[in-house]
Design a protein around this ligand. Structure first.
Ligand code: ATP
Length: 410
């Protein structure tokens, strides 16, 4: 199916006197024998025009057109990114490059590592030919990550994060000179915008087992440079594995971010959120994580009722509670956090506002008080069915409320 699409693209391009190449990660993965559903094509010509032409034949759907002459097509489960071949120059370190149309040779020369800088020609006259101008195939065989020139990390220090991601994913090593350049250029991370660094951190946290890359980045001194000065916990392998446990409902990578920031102070967290322009969801989760961590003594008190545990935790988002359940050193606190996650947060009372109205309780603050008392009684096992609840509601209305007050969140 994909082969048909590629054949169609290549025929269409030949009719427009343009050449098409398969490039980047998909070539690397093909040579390694790994699956990859993200197909990157480079066109010597006009990629957007070619993508439109293909969409016009109904053989693929044009999803988007972007800056710099790129377009995205969807074909079944495959996503095909098409880009016009380009030449890049960096006006200053860390800036986005200046871009001009170029040849496949230019396009490969702007790439991060030799293993990502190979192409397969797809035009009818050279179909299937591997274009390997930077020794990518030999580096794949020797399992090496190598930059294409000594100024590579200085031009774009996000490549430091990218390199570690590939090194750890593939089980490769940095080639000796590349390793020296990487260490030398770690300070160049300061030239990169927060959004670009965050994007690379998210790509790392999207890996199957990101703890390896995180640990490595810490050992290299990259994380301290990014403001994570407290160091990565020795238990990161265990904690990240636990975060992936299917019973956890906190979304990844948000839960990973919460675990990474667990040892930091509130002030350090605020600096991190601002520097990397963190979106509101993960920011709230990380703030909740530290707030809860600093209130955990309340959950360590002996003989807390379930309704009190619920009252202490109900305002926190799930990843914050899960991060504390995973990372806290207090067995008592962990027990109560897990009790909330596995049981208490799912407990509902049978009666709702409408039911109470039928019992003659008018809507208003009184009804709210009774509904909360019913929920507390359910949590504490004082009522177990609807009839119990109706009885309790009526006695509460008659003014016999002897329910415990809620413990307050500090
Ligand atoms: P993955 O398997 O992680 O998706 P990929 O190689 O497809 O790997 P992308 O991030 O999609 O990774 O990038 C596509 C290609 O673009 C890379 O293979 C690389 O050649 C090039 N590239 C991406 N980012 C950079 C960068 N910062 N500097 C140079 N080249 C880059």
């Amino acid at each position: 199916m994909l082969l048909e699409l590629v054949a169609d693209i290549s025929t269409l391009a030949a009719g427009r006197s343009e050449r098409v190449y398969l490039v980047g990660g998909v070539v690397r993965d093909l040579l390694l024998g790994y699956p990859n559903l993200d197909i990157d094509l480079v066109v010597e010509g006009d990629a957007v025009g070619l993508a439109r032409g293909l969409a016009g034949t109904g053989k693929a759907k044009l999803l988007a057109r972007h800056h710099f002459g790129t377009a995205t097509l969807k074909h079944g489960e495959f996503t095909v990114d098409m880009a016009t071949a380009r030449k890049e120059t960096y006006a200053r370190p860390g800036a986005l490059p200046e871009v001009a149309p170029g040849t496949i040779r230019d396009d490969l020369a702007r790439r991060d590592f030799s293993i990502n800088a190979m192409a397969v020609a797809l035009s009818p006259d050279d179909h299937g030919e591997l274009i390997d101008l930077h020794g990518g195939r030999a580096d794949l065989e020797q399992r090496l990550i190598r930059v294409l020139h000594p100024g590579s990390f200085r031009d774009d220090a996000t490549r430091i994060l990218r390199g570690v991601r590939y090194e750890q994913r593939l089980g490769f090593e940095f080639e000796v000179q590349t390793a020296g350049l990487l260490r030398r250029d770690i300070p160049m991370l300061d030239t990169i915008s927060g959004d670009r660094i965050r994007n690379e951190l998210e790509l790392i946290l999207d890996e199957k087992e990101p703890e390896y890359a995180i640990r490595r980045l810490d050992d290299l001194g990259v994380l301290p440079r990014l403001g994570l000065t407290t160091g990565v916990s020795d238990d990161i392998h265990e904690m990240f594995r636990e975060a992936r446990n299917p019973s956890r409902t906190g979304k990844l990578p948000t839960l990973y971010f919460c675990l990474l920031m667990y040892p930091t102070t509130v002030d350090e967290l605020e600096v991190f959120i601002t520097r990397f322009n963190m979106p509101s969801g993960p920011s709230r989760a990380m703030r909740d994580t530290l707030h809860l961590k600093n209130s955990l003594h309340l959950l360590q008190r002996p003989s807390l009722k379930p309704s009190q545990v619920y009252g202490l935790l109900q305002e926190y988002v799930a990843p914050a509670i899960e991060a504390n359940a995973i990372a806290s050193e207090s067995t008592a606190a962990r027990g109560n956090l897990e009790l909330f996650l596995t049981e208490l947060r799912h407990v509902k009372s049978s009666l709702n506002g409408e039911d109470l109205q039928k019992l003659g309780i008018p809507p208003g603050p009184e009804m709210g008080r009774i509904l909360r008392a019913l929920h507390r009684a359910r949590l504490d096992g004082e009522v177990v069915n609807r009839i119990d609840e109706e009885r309790l509601a009526c006695s509460l209305l008659a003014g016999n409320d002897n329910a415990e007050p809620q413990p307050q969140r500090e």
